[in-house]
Design a protein around this ligand. Structure first.
Ligand SMILES: Cc1cc2nc3c(=O)[nH]c(=O)nc-3n(C[C@H](O)[C@H](O)[C@H](O)COP(=O)(O)OP(=O)(O)OC[C@H]3O[C@@H](n4cnc5c(N)ncnc54)[C@H](O)[C@@H]3O)c2cc1C
Length: 421
C-alpha cells in the first residue's frame, strides 16, 4: 500500500512537517505564510491516476509537492468499481510515467491490477500523500492559492485539481420512479454481476459502462434488456485479434475526420452487421464527429452484441416512466424487471470548488486544462479533466508533464524578476 498516512491524522501531519518543513512549519524561504496555514510549493488534489502522475512530474522538476485525498487510500475510484471490471483501454496505452502495468496482467488488466499498479507507482516515487483531507473551497491569496480542507487551511503557489472525470453520477429523473419499489441504482453503485444471476435486469444507457455491465450480466446468467436512447458508435475491443484502441487513435490523429468516420463505419458494418432489427440502429453521427462535437467516445463491445444476436439479451427503446413495479417505454410497451441499473454517465462536479473563479465552461469542464491556466486563475491547473479519445489514464501523464513544464517556466520568470535579471 502507498498509504503513508500514520494511524492518526495528527501523526500524518507530524510526519510531513518533519520531512519537508522548517521547524516553524513554513516551506523554507517562505516567510509570509500566516500562522495556522500549512504552506507548500505545490498541492495536487486527488490521488487517482491523474493526481499521482501530476505529483511525480512536479517532484521530478524539484517542486515540493503534496497530494491531498479525501478518501483514505490511493486509487479510491478504481477500488469502488465493480468486481468484473477490466480496462477497456489497451494495457500499453493505460500507463503513467515509467513502467506500465505488468505484461502478465494481459491486454486488458483487471480492476485489481489497476489498483495494485497505482499503489506501487505511488510507493516507487515516494509521493507525499495526505489522506482524509478533502478540498472544500479555495481562493486566491495574492500570488498564492489558499485552500480550505476538511482538516486545515493550506496554501500553495501551484495548485493542481485532479478530482476525476467520472465524479458525480447522473441519474435520470423519471416520473413515478419512487413507485418502482425494487432495486433502481446508478452504475456507480453496481458491485458485481454475480449477484444478479437468474434475474431480469434492465440496463439503461448504451455507452461504455452500459454495454460492459450488460455483457457481464449476460455472462453471469442474468436476463438482460438494454434500453437504448441514442444509438452508440460500437467498437469491437479487438479487430482481427488486434486491439481496436490504437487503431482508433491512429485514424483519429492521422486521417481527415470524414474519411476516418467512413472507414470506422465500414469496419463497424463488417464486425457487427446491421443491428437495426436487434434494436440498435446505426448511429446518426460518425465516431470521430461524435467525439469532436459532443466529446462522446465509442462504446466498446465485449460480448453483448453476440448475446443480442443469440437471443439471450435484447435491446429496447427509451424509458418514459415507471408505474408501480413496471417500466413504461416510449410507445407504451411495459417491462417488469427485477432491477434497473442506470449507466447514464457522470458530471465533473467542479462547480462547488472552482465555479466562482470563472474557469469552467457551460458544461462544467475546465476551459483550460493541462499546462494552460486561465488568465483569471494563474497557476491553477487541471490534470486529466478532459474527455480524451485515447483513454483517461493515458491523459494523466500527458497533462502532468505540461503542468510541470508550465510551473517550471513560472518559477524561472519569478526568479528573474526577484533577482533583477
Ligand atoms: C466504469 C469505468 C471504467 C473506466 N475504464 C477506463 C479504462 O479502461 N481506461 C481509461 O483510461 N479510463 C477508464 N475510465 C475513466 C476513469 O476516469 C479513469 O480510469 C481514472 O479513474 C481517472 O483517473 P483520475 O485520477 O482522473 O480520477 P479518479 O481516479 O476518479 O481520482 C480522483 C480522486 O480525487 C479524489 N477527490 C475527489 N474530490 C476531492 C476533493 N474535493 N478533495 C480531495 N480529494 C478528492 C477522489 O477520492 C479520487 O481518489 C473508466 C471510468 C469508469 C467509471
Amino acid at each position: 500500500m502507498a498509504q503513508r498516512s500514520a494511524s492518526t491524522e495528527q501523526d500524518a501531519w507530524i510526519g510531513v512537517r518533519a520531512s519537508r518543513h522548517s521547524p516553524n512549519g513554513h516551506v523554507p524561504g517562505d516567510a509570509t505564510t500566516p500562522r495556522g496555514i500549512e504552506p507548500h510549493q505545490a498541492i495536487v488534489v486527488g490521488a487517482g491516476s491523474a493526481g499521482l502522475a501530476a505529483a511525480v512530474a512536479l517532484q521530478e522538476r524539484g517542486f515540493e509537492t503534496i497530494v491531498i485525498e479525501k478518501s483514505d487510500t490511493v486509487a479510491a475510484s478504481w477500488r469502488s468499481r465493480y468486481a468484473e471490471l477490466r480496462l477497456n483501454s489497451w494495457r500499453p496505452m493505460s500507463k503513467l510515467q515509467g513502467p506500465g502495468i505488468p505484461r502478465s496482467c494481459g491486454r486488458y488488466p483487471s480492476r485489481d491490477d489497476v489498483v495494485r499498479y497505482l499503489e506501487s507507482f505511488a510507493r516507487r516515487h515516494a509521493i507525499e500523500l495526505r489522506f482524509r483531507t478533502e478540498l472544500l473551497g479555495m481562493n486566491r491569496d495574492n500570488e498564492f492559492w489558499r485552500l480550505e480542507t476538511s482538516s486545515r487551511s493550506m496554501r500553495c503557489r501551484y495548485l493542481v485539481i485532479a478530482t476525476g472525470w467520472d465524479t458525480v453520477p447522473v441519474m435520470p429523473s423519471w416520473p413515478r420512479a419512487a413507485s418502482f419499489g425494487k432495486e433502481l441504482i446508478h452504475s456507480s453503485e453496481f458491485r458485481s454481476a454475480a449477484a444478479y444471476r437468474g434475474r431480469d435486469i434492465l440496463v439503461v444507457g448504451a455507452g461504455n459502462s452500459g454495454l460492459d455491465i450488460a455483457s457481464h450480466l449476460v455472462r453471469a446468467g442474468a436476463r438482460v434488456t438494454l434500453s437504448v436512447r441514442t444509438p452508440p458508435n460500437l467498437a469491437a475491443r479487438e479487430v482481427l485479434r488486434l486491439p481496436g484502441q490504437p487503431l482508433l487513435v491512429y485514424f483519429g490523429d492521422h486521417v481527415p475526420g470524414a474519411v476516418a468516420d467512413a472507414i470506422f463505419r465500414a469496419v463497424q458494418r463488417l464486425t457487427f452487421g446491421d443491428l437495426t432489427r436487434y434494436g440498435i440502429p446505426r448511429s446518426a453521427i460518425g465516431v470521430y464527429a461524435n467525439y469532436r462535437e459532443h466529446r462522446r467516445n465509442p462504446a466498446v463491445d465485449d460480448g453483448f452484441i453476440a448475446a443480442l444476436k443469440r437471443g439471450t439479451a435484447r435491446a429496447v427503446g427509451t424509458v418514459e416512466r415507471f408505474a408501480g413495479g413496471e417500466v413504461v417505454l416510449d410507445g407504451g410497451n411495459r417491462l417488469r424487471p427485477d432491477a434497473v441499473i442506470c449507466a447514464t454517465g457522470y458530471r465533473r462536479g467542479l462547480e462547488a470548488l472552482v465555479g466562482h473563479l470563472g474557469v469552467l465552461g457551460d458544461d462544467g469542464v475546465p476551459i483550460h486544462h493541462g499546462g494552460s491556466d486561465h488568465p483569471r486563475a494563474p497557476r491553477l491547473y487541471f490534470c486529466g479533466m478532459w474527455g480524451p479519445f485515447s483513454g483517461q489514464i493515458r491523459l494523466g501523464p500527458i497533462h502532468a508533464r505540461r503542468i510541470a513544464r508550465a510551473a517550471t517556466i513560472d518559477r524561472k520568470m519569478r526568479y528573474r524578476v526577484s533577482s533583477g535579471v
